[in-house]
Design a protein around this ligand. Structure first.
Ligand code: SAM
Length: 224
């Protein structure tokens, strides 16, 4: 697998094992210990998970379907996938995030792993809200690698560059502080489309999720 270059990945790993873990554990949790902005992001993210589940299930039952949830965080997508009968391989670069996952009936298989190191073949590969941590030149390789793991479809979400100026202001409130780890990268849909195209994949479905402080472009891609 192509290595995601130097700094970014180590900084992201460190962030999600420390301050980022605390922040996102709260946002992805259920308690009231969140501020207004975090609450809004929680709602937006829940919509992304819901839309992803819809995109997946409208193509047929997930029973017995292999799904790779790359950068699974606290497992908010992996759990409903497993409930639908999918055989879920969930992994995250952060040990702290991966340890947060809840139990369930048909348990997903969770592991600590960066997505660049994943191998094997899955019917479906999903990667939600991970690309925001990487600039497009790194994202290209990540997208290519995710596509190489997938047989039928890839589902990705990312913060769309269309809302650049609008979002920039809000990101300031969202990720305060000087730490490089807190940088958020926006991606132009055309750039993601081009990265997929280079490895023989095309976008087949598009969705957009917006709340006041959360913007996410959701796409499904299939082999050309
Ligand atoms: N996908 C989850 C969800 O939607 O609930 C979590 C999204 S969270 C904003 C981003 C996650 O990506 C974090 O848990 C972080 O540790 C993980 N991550 C960042 N870079 C990664 C990489 N290179 N490989 C695997 N996971 C990564």
């Amino acid at each position: 697998a192509e290595e995601v270059g130097g700094g970014d990945k180590e900084v992201v790993r460190e962030y999600f094992n420390s301050t980022g873990f605390e922040r996102w554990r709260k946002i992805y949790g259920e308690t009231d210990e969140v501020n207004r902005v975090q609450k809004d992001i929680r709602v937006g993210h829940a919509k992304t998970v819901e839309k992803t589940m819809l995109m997946l299930t409208e193509e047929g039952s997930l029973d017995g379907v292999t799904v790779c949830d790359a950068g699974c965080g606290t497992g908010l997508l992996s759990i409903p996938l497993a409930k639908e009968g999918a055989i879920v391989s969930a992994s995250d670069i952060s040990a702290a995030m991966a340890k947060q996952q809840l139990g369930g009936e048909n348990l997903p298989r969770f592991e600590v792993n960066d997505l660049e190191s994943l191998s094997g073949k899955y019917n479906t590969v999903v990667c939600l809200d991970v690309l925001i941590h990487y600039p497009q030149n790194k994202a290209d390789g990540m997208i290519a690698h995710l596509a190489s793991l997938a047989e039928k479809r890839v589902i990705l979400s990312f913060a769309p560059k269309t809302f650049y100026y609008d979002i920039l202001k809000r990101i300031g409130e969202l990720f305060p502080g000087p730490s490089k780890a807190t940088r958020a990268y926006l991606h132009a849909e055309a750039d993601v489309e081009r990265a997929l195209g280079k490895v023989g994949w095309k976008i087949s479905k598009r969705g957009l999720i917006t709340t006041q402080f959360y913007f996410s472009r959701l796409i499904e891609a299939v082999p050309m």
